[in-house]
Design a protein around this ligand. Sequence first.
Ligand code: SDX
Length: 377
Amino acid sequence: MSTYAKGLEGVVAAETQMSWIDGVNGVLEYVGINIDALAQNSTFEETVYLLWNKKLPTRAELDAFTKELRQHYSISAGIVESIRKIPKTAEPMHVLRTLISELAFYDADPNANDVASARKKAINILGQAPTLVAAYDRIRRGLDPIAPNTEFGFSQNFLYMLNGEKPTDTMARAFDICMITHADHGLNNSTFAARVVISTLSDVYSALTAAVGSLRGPLHGGANEGVMKMLNEIPSIDDVEKYVMDKLATKSKIMGFGHRVYKAKDPRANELQKLAQQLAKDTGNEALFEKSKKIEEIMAREVGAKGIYPNVDFYSATTYHCIGLKLDLFTPMFAMSRLGGWSGHIIEQLSDNRLFRPKAEFVGEHNVPYVAINDRK
Ligand code: SDX
């Protein structure tokens, strides 16, 4: 007798060697390594290597992986032409979802889904994703896209292509820490979407397109943009108490809080809070950070007992804002990073696949007669 778990809450639907989450104590490990250690010592390239290969790379392995990734930074003239045709009012997450799907047209064998082919497609898409986002943002601003610089790392290159100048080491490092902390997180909704699609032996492009579509939802990756909108809505720190209490009184969700798994503060929020505080100070955005801290204090007082704490999106919003990113680019940043985790899960699913096909409990009527259309009311 199967039991119905709404939202698959508490259901184990896959095995993975990538992320481990302790929701009670607020711990996250990638391949057994604590996220704090990775945020403080690793790079996004090293983190993706770790997730895909289940071990930290040697210096030679990291150099080879980095070189391979940089070979995939460039996008084709055909894709640039497509981007120029996209309405300038399009939402960047719709653009990214569409362009990842379009990359399949430029792949000689888009449907190959043996593990080796999947990995090649994954690095090809991961390398191009920042270039796609930066190119669209510049074109919608009436500027020419800037070609990637293969001398630059993933994060440094993205900020360079977006802004037209080499970022400071501080900004590049801050962005890289965001990429590290967003890379993977167990069987979250978008990762599940990728696994579900690839489990039919469909292709990597379809699986990643589905994942991007899932991530943009405000209950998932779209929350970081919701947090920024909330911070912009609150005029000053003196207005925070009333704003939060009014939201809670109407059972509205405070974006950036709560989690299906964490019932303690998301460890990524701790890392991003440190980053947000430093960047807010460096960029004259202390008021933004102080508002965030005030919201966190009030939420701890009002709903902390229910296990509702800041999640990864709460302080990433302030961090991205201080790095100078436009609000509607926040969720694409999450997607750029999570392409690493999604691809790792696609590879894991292909390595030990079983088609996902849960059941639905039929709750309608049986033996209903067919009534001719002229006799229907
Ligand atoms: C991400 O799964 C992952 O790992 C996701 C992620 C990743 O790395 O992939 O960690 C990234 O998506 C983080 C979450 C970002 N989303 C948000 O910040 C949106 C706001 N949060 C909520 O919508 C909610 O907390 C969820 C969706 C994140 C989790 O929701 P659940 O597990 O379905 O919990 P629920 O909605 O059933 O809420 C349980 C209770 C309810 O109160 P009661 O009806 O029991 O009285 O907690 C309350 C909710 O009202 N609650 C909140 C709240 N979140 C839950 N109340 C106020 N503000 C909130 N944010």
